[in-house]
Design a protein. Structure first.
Lengths: 394, 394
């Protein structure tokens, strides 16, 4: 049988993520290629306790259908955290629950993009966003991401010439680069966008994961009416529950709610209840400090090992998050490093899929949140062997 | 602020579902307007037990990311049930887990529909499907639904002239009508489609809910290579977990998997594990018999009361499912019945939104699964008062 699929399917970029999962599932391979939080840092006891309480006190409600916007007390908790932690005047009416922040990418593109519309992204940009947006067949414009945020001259040119519906960025510990925007660049971006019709989509998956535990001011602080933030419990509590949210002006949430309802009626209610119970009976800040202490240590270890063993490889030095990006010596291709690495039982993620307009062949993304310290030591040593071997062959 | 949304948003039909939820949430109103399974029939104890076991034995895995296709043992369970219950040669490779069968509607439309493509539906047709499909801006063709299934002459004409990507139907206890296709019509539909390029999308949300507990042969049995079935645990176990599935040929699952990953990476893993544990430690057939005994009784009660108190109202007589459809006396509008009903504390669902091409003003959908027997008695008595009052005013 052959089927006549929609054009958007033919144009979808080939996904690396499935290939990654199969590598990640091979226990003999040390993988820096994935994007998982540390399994050992999931507070299974705390979540089990919260789950027990919900099942004992509230099971009939939690297992029935609910409203599309999500569990109100959970939305209130999220809004309250924006108020106290970041000084943003959030209310529950501006919060909609989704299935992890990946669903935000899909639904946001769905409400904004006609075929051929322009959207902006960082270069390199987040692969999950590229995959979600591409299905709506936009023109993706990219703005180079420097160490302190987007190149401002290029960003201004993009805004002036593209008439884009939105710019999608990750100001905190960006995926894949691990870079964080400076405060000056956040303000400058807000100033440039203020006079335009372009919305800023601020993906804040990693904002809670700064190693110094200090929040950075979101772009939304400087551009409240034209900025949406997406957030997620995946990196700070548990990804398997698939609960994230969007924080957006009511004018955007109205159509967003329509497409969310058409997409799956509402997000898993049981897990919304469990999360709310967990959050109101446990110290989230203390839990996050535990995570960032560990991630900070792993990141420093990986950077030190790279500096020691691969001085010819340059890399970003993240302030938080789960990833860093490395640039290979001249003439060494990341695809070769991937292929040779798998043979030597170490997996890295070649950078090309993060470059929608080509390039990135000399870059790799390395994840430091999932592997433990021993795996990082062994894995970087294997990687050093692979890269030195390829340099030697030149 | 005004935002420039995509054209698909401007064309989305105004949703009744949110309005319904607000009516459903008013405890003084007896609602036949919703579509909820009976809360008291959710096996909260069994689910709590399964949840406890998963959290004790498997929490770290269940709370981490997983693959897009879903938990393999759950997919194997679903495939096995197709084999034993319906004699379909299903394998786990043909099953993909989604967030309730509503997500199938969205993702299936996404892989098949270009703007302006044709899709077919029953008339009246399921509102959730109309809402999901409309966002891909197709032409929706409708085929009248008779008591024993679609009008075959019209169906044949539709297939011959529309070149539709797919026809979407609910052969078992259709929503909104409560009608079930005869075996002859299932075969005839398969015969008509076999020579065409049109896929049959068989929504089987209610196939387990026949009051006689006997399965009907799915259309897929007669058209295996060109038919997909969607199913859901929402009606037989619990809707709040949002776990459903699609059963489809591999050629369709490949792009389906791509758009599922872009939509939300994967469905809630914790609830996939809980459901699998529940299904393998409890007697699902016995649980379903308990549900269908209750629903069968409620349906008969509602039909008897309508016959007694509103002989001027005709209605369908379902063999299963959760809904029946009634036709009002000449000149009585369902919108008036809704408005007057809410005043008298009884809510019904006007039929118009189920008719994409207009019509249905004299029809209402009544749900019998959610209200208990006392509510059905009181509610139908109130409804009889409302309709008699409107007839009297004529």
């Amino acid at each position: 049988m052959s089927f006549h699929f929609a054009d958007r399917i033919k144009r979808a970029p080939e996904s690396f993520l499935s290939e990654l999962f199969s590598v990640s599932n091979n226990p003999s391979i040390i993988s820096f290629a994935g994007g998982l939080p540390s399994t050992s840092l999931i507070d299974t006891e705390g979540i089990a306790q919260a789950t027990r309480q919900v099942m004992e006190e509230d099971a009939r409600i939690a297992l029935q259908y609910t409203t599309t916007d999500g569990y109100l007390p959970l939305r209130e908790y999220i809004a309250d955290r924006y108020r106290t932690r970041l000084g943003l005047p959030a209310t529950a009416e501006e919060i909609q629950i989704v299935n992890g922040s990946q669903q935000c990418l899909d639904l946001f593109a769905k409400i904004f993009l006609n075929t051929g519309d322009h959207v902006g992204m960082e270069r390199p940009g987040y692969l999950g966003a590229i995959e979600a947006f591409s299905l709506y067949e936009p023109v993706i414009d990219t703005v180079p991401l420097d160490d302190d945020g987007p190149d401002l001259a290029k960003f201004e040119q993009f805004v002036r010439t593209s008439n884009a519906k939105f710019f999608y960025g990750i100001p905190n510990s960006q995926n894949p680069s691990g870079r964080t925007y400076s405060q000056e660049k956040r303000k400058a971006i807000a100033d440039i966008l203020r006079k335009s019709d372009t919305v800023f989509y601020e993906d804040d998956a990693f904002g809670e994961l700064f190693f110094d535990s200090k929040p950075r001011p979101p772009v939304k602080k400087y551009l409240p009416e034209k900025c949406v933030i997406s957030g997620s419990f995946s990196k700070i509590i548990a990804p398997g529950m698939r609960i994230g949210w969007i924080y957006a002006p009511p004018e955007i949430l109205a159509p967003f709610n329509v497409v969310k309802q058409a997409a799956d009626l509402h997000s898993n209610f049981l897990c919304q209840k469990i999360l709310h119970r967990y959050l109101t009976t446990h110290d989230l800040d203390e839990h996050i400090r535990r995570i960032t202490r560990v991630y900070g240590g792993k990141c420093r270890l990986m950077c030190d090992l790279l500096n020691d063993q691969l001085p010819q490889v340059s890399h970003t030095t993240p302030e938080g998050g789960m990833f860093l990006m490395a640039t290979l010596p001249p003439g060494i291709s990341s695809r070769r490093v991937f292929d040779e690495g798998v043979k030597k039982k170490v997996a890295v993620l070649p950078g090309m899929p993060f470059y929608t307009d080509g390039g990135g062949e000399d870059t790799i993304r390395l994840n430091f949140s999932y592997p433990d310290e021993e795996m990082i030591k062994t894995g970087i040593s294997r990687l050093a062997g692979v890269i030195k071997g390829l340099v030697h062959q030149q």
